[in-house]
Design a protein around this ligand. Structure first.
Ligand code: ZN
Ligand code: ZN
Ligand code: ZN
Ligand code: ZN
Ligand code: ZN
Ligand code: ZN
Ligand code: ZN
Length: 263
């Protein structure tokens, strides 16, 4: 991959590898690369644009592995930390798998806002191994029931298995609030469950038969990873593969649901 410089990378994080005109890159390395994500990526990637971005990224060093060509930079105000997509989790960075495909370093990443602390000896509902004694990058809680605790990697794994139609809190089965919060916290929820996903790589120049980036798009960006207010992510109540920010769909800050009609 021209962007993350890895031959083998976790497809759950980086997506499929695509090749076009001699450029080989992972699907999500492209989506997250600084300034690369555009609305027209729904119909394929503009490759002239990609070439230019790869040149620019050459200069930057990854603050995690130290190697060059770190194409993702933290959106925190004035922050210049850059990294490769496969290096993100190692350093506690959050990458949000929905437009505008924003990324944050460990210092500027969004935190879960729910007031909750695990009781003593609380275990992860998925792997049954104890969680940490408070909310952290690796220990997360359901924002709806506030008592279902799990590890980040365990819930990520579950999201990959379930896909957007079936992913919910493993404790209370809340879907709506749970999915929006997990996406904001950097959990990738693929459109299709693992057993339905196409295994074959497709050229990026072709329209994807399915596309994880196929959200209704937000015209406005923001540097704030907010979990509340105008920049809170709302998922469509009819299809949670679609989402918007309150501000981008001109919704009031008090609006709790939104319906996408293009699905
Ligand atoms: Zn890559
Ligand atoms: Zn790196
Ligand atoms: Zn930062
Ligand atoms: Zn676990
Ligand atoms: Zn729950
Ligand atoms: Zn938006
Ligand atoms: Zn749908």
């Amino acid at each position: 991959c021209k962007l993350c410089r890895r031959v083998e990378a976790d497809p759950d994080i980086c997506g499929r590898k695509c090749e076009h005109q001699g450029i080989c890159a992972h699907e999500f390395c492209l989506f997250f690369a600084n300034g690369l994500y555009r609305e027209d990526m729904r119909d394929g990637v503009p490759f002239e644009h990609v070439r230019r971005k790869i040149k620019q990224a050459k200069q930057k060093n990854c603050f995690v592995c130290g190697k060059r060509r770190a194409s993702i930079t933290c959106r925190g105000m004035g922050c210049d930390r850059s990294f490769h997509l496969p290096c993100a989790a190692e350093a506690g960075c959050i990458t949000q798998y929905f437009p505008q495909y924003r990324s944050f370093c460990w210092e500027h990443r969004p935190e879960q806002t729910v007031e909750a602390t695990p009781e003593e000896n609380t275990v992860c509902i998925i792997c049954l191994v104890p969680v940490e004694e408070k909310k952290t990058y690796g220990t997360m809680v359901c924002p709806a029931c506030k008592r279902t605790w799990f590890h980040r990697h365990c819930i990520q794994n579950q999201a990959i298995q379930a896909g957007h139609r079936c992913f919910c809190c493993p404790g209370c089965h809340n879907e709506y609030r749970f999915r929006a919060e997990m996406l904001t916290m950097g959990i990738r929820i693929p459109r299709l469950p693992a057993w339905e996903s196409p295994r074959a790589y497709s050229a990026l120049s072709e329209r994807h038969s399915y596309c994880d980036g196929g959200w209704s798009l937000c015209p406005g960006g923001t540097e704030q990873p907010e979990a509340e207010g105008p920049w809170q992510l709302l998922l469509s109540s009819s299809c949670t593969a679609e989402g918007t920010h309150r501000r981008c769909s001109a919704l009031l800050d008090s609006t709790e649901s939104w319906e996408y009609d293009g699905c």
